[in-house]
Each structure stands twice: as C-alpha cells, then as structure tokens.
Design a binder for this molecule. Structure first.
Ligand SMILES: Cc1ncc(C[n+]2csc(CCOP(=O)(O)OP(=O)(O)O)c2C)c(N)n1
Ligand SMILES: [Mg+2]
Length: 642
C-alpha cells in the first residue's frame, strides 16, 4: 500500500497549493501565494478551518519565509468581487507567473465573484476561485442561501461561473479534487488560454475526510511555455512583411506577459516599423523610442491613427483586437493601399491569431520577435516612412504637452492631473485605472517608460476595479513601487471599501479621487449621440416626483468618506496644490487619498477615431435624429477584414 494522508478536502487543497510552483526562463516561484476571502457558513468550518490549521503549523514551525515554508497566507477582504479584482491585479503585476486564490461562502458570497471572474477571463489573467456550494448530500436542503431549481436538483448558482471561467468544476466527492486541482494548475499556467479557474466546493465536502495518496502533495513545478513559431508559419509571415511598404505593429498585452520589451525595441529599431499600443500593451515599448507612436484606435493618438489608416500590413502581437483598438473595425482602412490591408498576427492563442483573416504565427511574443528579427535579416522600411512616423509622433507629443499644462479655470481639466502624475511618478511606479473618462485620456496621453507603469484594465473596464487592484498590485510589487489608483467619483461610490483592507494590511498606496459630480465619460458619449447627458450627473431630483436629476449637487463628501475608511486625505485645490500634496503622499508611509475637483466638461484630448455605439433609428428628439444621421455616415467606414 502506498502511503496516504488523512485530511479533509479543504485541508488537502491548502496543503496541495503550498507545493505548487511555476517556472519560466529558469526562475522558479510559488504559483499560488495567498488566499483572499470572506467567511460565511459555507466555508468558515471547511476552507476556514484548513487555513487556520495551516497558519498555526506555520507559526509553530518558526520559519521566516511563509512561501518557502509552504504556507498559504489569508487576507480578509471587504467584498468578494474586489477580492477577485485584487487577485487579477496581483497576477497581472507578476506577468501571470504567480496567482492568488479567493474563498467565499455560498450564495451571494459566491455570485459576488462573477463580475471579477468575467473580468479576469476577459483580460486573460489567471485567478483561482473557490466559491462554496450547497450540500452535496442534499440532507438539509434548502440550506440558507440555496437557489432551488424544481427542474434539476444539481443546479446551483455556481453554474453562473461556467461561461466566465476558463475551467470550472464542482467537487461532490473528495477524490474528485485530485484531477480537478491538477487541471486547475494547468489552466493557471497556460500562456494561451487562461483566466478564471473556478472550483465550487459544497460545504459538506469541504469538511469531509479522505485518505489522500501522499504523492498528491509532492512538490510540482508547472513550466510556463514559450512556444516557438513553426518554421513554415514564420516564412509565410516574413514574406508578407517583406512585401510591406507601410507596416504598423500593434503591441498588446501578450508582449508584456511574455516580457518581450527588449525584443520589441530591437525589432522596431532594426526594421523601422512604427509601434502602436493597446491598453494592455502600453509601455511594452518606451514612449520615447524612435519607433513608438502611442495608442491606436478609438482613443488613440493622431500619429498611430494616421498610420493605421494607411497601413498595408498590420502586425498584431499579443492583441485581442478589441473594438477600441480597431475603432470598431474602421481604423485599419487600407487607404491608398494597393490590394488591401493585410494582417500578420503573433499570438499564443489561435483564437486571437486568426482574427482579421491574418497570416497566423502561433508563438510566444519574445520567441517570435527574436525569430522575426533573424529572418528579416536587415530588411527595413524606407527612410521616408520612418521619418513620417517620427514627425507624426512629434506632432502628437506637442498635443500631450498642451493637455498636460492647460491652466484650465476655474477647475483644472483632468488631463492636467495626469500630466502632474506622469511627471512626478517614477518609471517603476504604477498607475491603475479601469473605467470612466480616464482610460481614454490615459491611453493617448500617458508616457510610459516601462510596462509595469501602466496598469489600465480596459478589457472589462469595470468601475470599482481600481482600489482593490491597488491592493493586489501592492502585494505583488512591494515597497519599491509607488502604486497610484486613479478613481472617478462614480467608481469611488461603487467600491471604496477595500481602502479598509489596504489600511489593515499596513500597505501604502496613493488614491487619486477625481470629483466631477457625474459621468464625464458616459455624459459626453450621451451628448455626442443625441441623448443630452440624461441621467449622467449626481444631482438632487428637482421638481418633486416626476422631476429630473438636475437639481443641486448631492451633498455628500467623498473626501470625508475616504477618511472614514482609515486613509489620510489631502484635499487639493488646483494643480499646484495637487503636486505639493502628491509629494507629501509619496513621502508618507500611510495610504493617502488625494481629492481634487475637476471640470466635468474637459477639455478632452483631441479625438481622431470613431467608436460604434448604436443610436436610436427613430426618435421624437431632434438631437437623436441628428446623431442617427451621423451614425449612419460613420458606419459606412466599417468593414470585415476578409
Ligand atoms: C461596473 C460598471 N458599471 C457601469 C459601467 C459603465 N460606465 C462606464 S464609465 C461610467 C461612469 C464613471 O463615472 P466616474 O467614475 O465618475 O468617471 P468619469 O466618467 O466622470 O470620468 C459608467 C457608469 C462600467 N464601466 N462599469
Ligand atoms: Mg465622474
């Protein structure tokens, strides 16, 4: 008989996770480094008991390094959704080499994670989720918080995780855990197809004992692959590139996760191909590299967008081509191109590589760029094209300077806040944002010198990501990096509470709270599409029942709210005071919220591309009718890439 160890299912999970490692480029590290969570009746005596037992064993052993000792630290968060956001930001900050887990109770605790899971999966960031589930033995049904389905007794709210997870399983017998956890680790370390990994744990099974084979708990190293391009695929792609006169690179998140910045810079320098970027790819090439032309698409720079319109070959590296990147399928227009615009896509995931009828290269970005540089063997674009791209970028940089130093009055434009931050933050400091009018401004304006500096989640663009993400990024990066979360007043109201977690963990971050009393983003969108900013301001209802939300400003004080969570708060009256207070916040060892009022109406950076948002085809309103006519015109530029 081989050796067995008697443990509960939950104890087995904690013990197993303590022995999982990832490896890439020869460096080995613990794969799952901690667990966020909130206990309820679904997990407090299962996973909660196992975490306590693990904590006590670690304390008794007197080891210094919790991770080397196989310990799984526990972090109490304030909301399950933000626990997943924190885990996502953690894994993104670790280039997807290390991840965090999240444990929740059943019912609402579990479903609170759905948004977080969808965000992680949309962004292709690995997180490990353990929602609890109703009794597998069905004895006390319906347990508190159980959704009963008269058609099917095995339907549970955790089924909602299936479409938003890359791997989903439910453990109704302890021994199912073994294949399940092994598959979970496979997906967490898959560079192509990763995201939320969800294992639902019925509350009785968590506490049930089993004789586990000791081998289940041996140390395992999960090697994170760097697939090399197939020779024929490389040759096909190189032939397309060599025939290009006006190629353009679109650098996506895959370049960052692959750690391919150096190879991208070398490739760009050698070939002279201009490099544009997406939110996830920003910083992969430093903004002041001679080939860098900044953001492409709906919120892109005039430089990248002009080049995109006339590009004959678009080289997408590690990008999923969101509608913001393609300006809803209008920006890669093939203007003046003989034949039509063609795509070469380098991606670990076939699904993304195949987009836009591209010549596909299934490979790791770093491996592919190295192979391309060798195969192109000195080939480069015309000097005139290099110069055109550099001139366009220089024009754009003048616009950035203008946006950064507007002296707008009486309230500053938010672009001036970004200018101050961009100038005050170091190359290894991190700016975090996800939703509102800020991502668009940041994407075209922010001068990123490193990929770690720019952490904008714009795949799910989830209000409320920022503050929990600051927690995750700070845990991942430590004291050498200042972590700065920018939040709008709307986002702040959606999820301020993880400030309490940040404070209780003794972590120091900076939160910049931009107060403009409403939705600058959706308000501007509404106005431009004929809906008159209806319902996009935080105002009192005027005129009694049946009136509109257009009265006085709502008398809340978000700065006082932030202070109530335990942060220091500095109110900033204008940009000069903001700069001075940023310096104070940076020098402090406590979390600080910098509160500043900005102008809801901008001015915004100049736009140079479209975004498809449908407008009512019939309407009583002249504003909507005019917007619809414009929409019909704009749609004419839309196309499939066939
Ligand atoms: C969870 C979630 N709900 C709704 C939206 C749609 N949305 C995008 S931006 C925005 C307004 C954000 O307001 P604020 O944080 O004040 O930023 P501002 O637009 O003023 O820059 C809304 C409601 C979203 N992105 N995420
Ligand atoms: Mg706002």
């Amino acid at each position: 008989m081989s050796e067995t160890i008697r443990l509960t299912t939950a104890q087995a999970i904690v013990k197993f996770l303590g022995q999982q490692y990832s490896e890439r480029d020869g460096a080995e590290q613990r794969l799952v480094t901690g667990m966020f969570g909130i206990f309820g009746h679904g997990n407090v005596c299962g996973v909660g008991q196992a975490l306590l037992q693990d904590q006590i064993a670690f304390e008794d052993a007197g080891a210094d390094d919790p991770l080397a000792a196989g310990h799984l630290p526990y972090y109490l968060i304030r909301n399950e959704q933000s626990g997943v956001h924190a885990a996502t930001a953690y894994a993104r900050s670790r280039e997807r080499l290390q991840v965090m887990a999240v444990t929740t109770s059943i019912g609402p605790g579990a479903t609170n994670m759905i948004t977080g899971a969808a965000l992680a999966t949309t962004n292709r960031i690995p997180v490990l989720l353990f929602p609890s589930d109703q009794f597998a033995n069905r004895m006390p049904d319906p347990v508190l918080q159980q959704l009963e389905s008269p058609q099917s007794l095995d339907t549970a709210v955790t089924d909602c995780f299936r479409p938003v997870s890359r791997f989903f399983d439910r453990i109704v017998r302890p021994e199912q855990l073994m294949p399940s956890l092994l598959n979970a680790m496979r997906v967490l370390t898959d560079p192509a197809d990763t995201g939320a990994v969800t294992i639902a744990l019925p509350q009785d099974v968590q506490a049930e004992a089993y004789d586990w084979p000791a081998a289940f708990f041996r140390k395992r190293v999960w090697h994170i692959a760097r697939p090399v391009p197939e020779r024929a695929a490389l040759e096909r792609a190189v032939e397309v590139l060599r025939s290009a006169k006006r190629p353009l690179v679109v650098a996506g998140g895959g370049v960052v996760y692959s750690g391919a910045s150096e190879q991208l810079r070398e490739f760009a320098s050698a070939t002279g191909i201009p490099v544009s970027d997406t939110h996830a790819g920003k910083g992969a090439i430093n903004w002041d590299h001679p080939s860098a032309v900044g953001a492409v698409g709906s919120t892109g720079t005039t430089a990248a967008n002009a080049l995109a319109r006339t590009a004959d070959v678009v080289v997408g590296i590690g990008t999923r081509y969101s509608d913001f990147t393609t300006a809803s399928h209008t920006i890669f227009a093939g203007d003046g191109v003989e034949g039509d615009v063609r795509f070469v896509n380098i991606n670990t995931l076939g699904f993304d590589a195949a987009k836009h009828s591209a010549t596909m290269v299934l490979a790791d970005a770093r491996e592919a760029l190295t192979a391309f540089s060798a195969a192109l063997d000195g080939w480069e674009v015309d000097a005139a094209y290099r110069k055109e791209a550099a001139d366009l970028d220089a024009d754009w940089q003048r616009q950035v300077d203008e946006c950064y130093h507007r002296d707008h009055a009486p309230l500053p434009a938010q672009t001036e806040v970004f200018g101050a931050l961009n100038e005050l933050m170091g190359p290894e400091d991190v700016v975090i944002n996800a939703a509102g009018s800020m991502p668009g401004d940041l994407q075209c304006l922010w001068r990123a010198t490193t990929p770690v500096q720019y952490h904008v989640e714009y795949a799910y663009s989830c209000m409320g990501y920022e503050i929990p993400a600051a927690l995750g990024a700070k845990l991942a990066l430590g004291d050498d990096h200042e972590v700065v979360a920018i939040v709008g007043d709307g986002t702040y109201q959606m999820s301020p509470m993880e400030i309490a977690t940040i404070v209780s963990e003794g972590l120091k971050v900076i939160i910049v709270l931009l107060q403009n009393h409403g939705f600058a983003s959706i308000g501007a969108l509404s106005e431009s599409r004929g809906s008159q900013r209806f319902g996009t301001k935080y105002r009192m209802r005027s005129g009694g029942a049946g009136g509109r939300l257009d009265g006085a400003e709502v008398p809340f004080d978000l700065a006082a709210s932030a202070a109530s969570w335990g942060a220091d708060v500095l109110r900033c009256n204008g940009i000069e005071e903001f700069r001075a207070n940023y310096a104070k916040a940076a020098a402090a060892d406590h979390t600080t919220v910098l509160y500043i009022e900005t102008d809801l109406m901008g001015p915004n950076p100049p736009g140079s591309a479209w975004w498809d948002v449908p407008v009512a085809e019939v309407s009583d309103l002249e504003s909507t009718q005019a917007a619809y006519a414009e929409h019909v015109e704009n749609r004419k530029a839309q196309r499939h890439y066939l």
